[in-house]
Unconditional design. Structure first.
Lengths: 226, 286
C-alpha cells in the first residue's frame, strides 16, 4: 500500500530531517510513528501526502510513484487519503456539516448523498447531534472529532493523523484513538504520529520509532491489543 | 455570491472604481456619438450653392446647370432666382424686414443648389464638382460647408481617442484593483484553500470561484457605469437649462449604442477575469 524507499529530507544544508527511511505499510494496517519532537514524524507524513518532496528516495502508494505525479494531478492522490492535523484546520465561519462535507463538495456528489455521508461520518465520531453548530461552539475534543469526521467522510484508503491527541486529556485521547481503530477495522490503512507513550502502549500493534530523522526501531505485534 | 457578500466592503470599493473608470470611457464615447450624429446630420441632404453673376447669359446658365447635373454624386439641381432667394430670406429672418425695405434693389444673386447624395458629400467627387463648376464662366461664388463637417468628424474622433486614452489608463488601474482585491480574497480564504487542496480539490475547483468573482466585479462595475451614465445624460440638460441656445445641441449627449454598451460590459468582464487570473497565477500556487 505505502512503500518508502531510502527517503531522506534535508531542509537546510547539513541538517537532515529524515535520513534513509525504508517502510512498507500493507493495506489495512494500523501504524504509530513515534519519537521526540523534531524526530521527523510530521515531515514523514507530509512527504506521504506530497505536501513536500523528499530530497532523496522514492515513495510508491498503491503502485504509483507519487514523486512522479505532476503537481496538477496531486488531487488524485489526496482523494485516496484522509488527513487529520494537530491543529484541526477547521473553518470556523462554516458549520460542522460544511466542514465535514468539504471533501465531498469537491467530488461533485449530489447533496442528498452528501447529507447521508456527513451524518454517518459524524455519527462515527458521535457528533451527529452537533451537525448544525459552528466549530467555535464545540469543545477542543469535539473539534478534533470534526476533523476526523472530515478525514474519513470520503472513505479514504489511507488515513494520516499528525498528533491527533496532542493537548487532549488521556480519557479523550483514548476515545479519539478508538475512533481511528474503528475506522481501521473497516479496512482503512491508518498512520498516526504521536509521542504519547501510554496511548501507543495500549493501542500500538505496529510502531515505527524515529530519532533525529532516522529509524531507530520497529515493533510489530502479531495481534492487536485494542 | 456568498464570497462576494462576505467581503462586501472591499468588493464594493472595487466595483465603484471600475464603475467610475468605465463611466469616463462612457462619457467620451457619448460625446463622440453626439459629434458624429451632428456631422451626419450636416452631411445629409447637403447642398452646394453656386452663386451666379448678375449679368450671366442664358447660354452660360444652361451650361452650368448641365455641368452640375452631369456631375457624379448630385441627386438633383434646383434653380433659385433672386426673387425666390429674397422670399426665403424674408421668411427665415422676419426681424430683418426693415433692412430689406431700405434697399433699392434685390441684393440676392441667382443660384443653383446642387443637392448631393448622402455619401457623396465627403467624397473627392464632391470636391471635384465644386472646383469644376467654380471654374465655369458665370459662377461668382460657391458655398460648401464640407470643412465644418470634417471638423466635426475630427472632433468626434478626438473625443473617442481621448475616451480610449483616459479610459485605457483607468481601466488599467481597475485591472490592478481587481487583481489586488482577488489577492486579498485569496489571502482571506487561505485556510479554506489549504483544506480544499488537502481533500483533493482540482486546481479548477479552487480557482473557479475567484475567476467568477473577478468576472462579477467587472460586470457589476460596467453595469453601474452604464446606469450612472444614463442618469448623467438625463440630468445634464436639466442642470444646464435652455440658456445655451444653439450650443445646446452640441452638449445634448446621446446614450451609447447597444453595441457600445455590450462592448463595455464584455470588456469589463474580460478585465475582471484577467485581473483575477493574474492574481491567481501569482498568489495561488497550487
Amino acid at each position: 500500500m505505502i512503500e518508502l524507499y531510502h527517503i531522506s529530507k534535508q531542509y537546510q544544508e547539513g541538517q537532515w530531517a529524515l535520513l534513509d527511511i525504508n517502510l512498507h505499510v500493507k493495506k489495512g494496517e494500523f501504524w504509530f510513528i513515534t519519537g521526540p519532537s523534531g524526530s521527523g514524524k510530521t515531515t514523514l507524513l507530509k512527504i506521504i501526502f506530497r505536501e513536500i518532496l523528499p530530497t532523496r528516495g522514492q515513495i510508491i502508494i498503491d503502485g504509483i510513484n507519487i514523486l512522479r505525479l505532476p503537481d496538477h494531478r496531486i488531487w488524485r492522490l489526496r482523494r485516496s487519503m484522509g488527513i487529520v492535523f494537530q491543529d484541526f484546520r477547521l473553518l470556523f465561519h462554516k458549520k460542522v456539516f460544511d466542514n465535514v462535507a468539504i471533501g465531498l463538495y469537491v467530488l461533485g456528489i449530489p447533496i442528498k448523498e452528501i447529507r447521508r455521508r456527513v451524518f454517518n461520518s459524524l455519527r462515527l465520531v458521535n457528533l451527529h447531534q452537533k451537525m448544525w453548530q459552528y466549530p467555535s461552539h464545540l469543545s477542543y475534543g469535539e473539534q478534533q472529532r470534526v476533523a476526523i469526521a472530515r478525514a474519513v467522510v470520503n472513505e479514504p484508503q489511507i488515513l494520516l493523523a499528525d498528533e491527533p491527541t496532542g493537548n487532549l486529556d488521556p480519557e479523550l485521547a483514548f476515545e479519539i484513538i478508538s475512533v481511528f481503530k474503528e475506522i481501521n477495522r473497516q479496512g482503512t490503512t491508518v498512520l498516526i504520529c504521536s509521542h504519547d507513550k501510554e496511548l501507543i502502549r495500549h493501542f500500538g500493534d505496529k510502531i515505527l520509532f524515529l530519532f533525529k530523522g532516522k529509524i531507530i526501531g520497529k515493533e510489530v505485534q502479531p495481534f492487536s491489543r485494542k | 455570491m456568498n464570497n462576494l457578500w462576505q467581503y462586501r466592503v472591499r468588493n464594493l470599493f472595487s466595483v465603484t472604481i471600475i464603475a467610475l473608470s468605465f463611466l469616463i470611457v462612457g462619457v467620451f464615447f457619448s460625446l463622440s456619438n453626439n459629434l458624429r450624429f451632428l456631422a451626419n446630420q450636416l452631411s445629409e441632404n447637403m447642398v452646394v450653392v453656386f452663386f451666379l453673376n448678375p449679368g450671366i447669359s442664358a447660354k452660360e446658365q444652361a451650361r452650368i446647370e448641365e455641368a452640375i447635373k452631369a456631375s457624379p454624386g448630385v441627386a438633383r439641381v434646383e434653380f433659385v432666382s433672386p426673387e425666390q432667394a429674397l422670399a426665403r430670406f424674408r421668411k427665415s429672418f422676419p426681424e430683418l424686414e426693415d433692412i430689406l425695405k431700405n434697399l433699392s434693389s434685390n441684393p440676392f444673386p441667382a443660384s443653383f443648389e446642387a443637392i448631393l447624395q448622402k455619401k457623396a458629400f465627403l467624397s473627392e467627387e464632391a470636391l471635384g464638382l465644386v472646383e469644376g463648376i467654380r471654374a465655369l464662366p458665370g459662377v461668382e461664388d460657391v458655398q460648401f460647408n464640407r470643412d465644418w463637417v470634417k471638423k466635426m468628424q475630427s472632433l468626434s474622433r478626438l473625443a473617442r481617442a481621448i475616451g480610449f486614452f483616459l479610459g485605457g489608463i483607468l481601466i488599467f488601474a481597475s485591472f490592478f484593483i481587481i487583481s489586488n482585491v482577488i489577492r486579498l480574497n485569496v489571502f482571506a480564504r487561505k485556510n479554506e484553500i489549504e483544506i480544499l487542496r488537502l481533500v483533493g480539490a482540482t486546481n479548477t475547483f479552487i480557482r473557479l470561484p475567484f475567476l467568477l468573482e473577478g468576472l462579477t466585479l467587472g460586470v457589476l462595475g460596467s453595469a453601474f457605469s452604464l446606469a450612472l451614465l444614463y442618469i448623467l445624460i438625463k440630468l445634464f440638460p436639466l442642470y444646464l437649462g435652455q440658456s445655451l441656445g444653439a450650443l445646446q445641441e452640441f452638449i445634448n449627449f446621446r446614450y451609447l449604442s447597444l453595441f457600445q454598451c455590450i462592448s463595455l460590459v464584455i470588456g469589463s468582464a474580460l478585465m475582471g477575469l484577467l485581473g483575477s487570473l493574474s492574481s491567481l497565477s501569482r498568489f495561488l500556487k497550487i
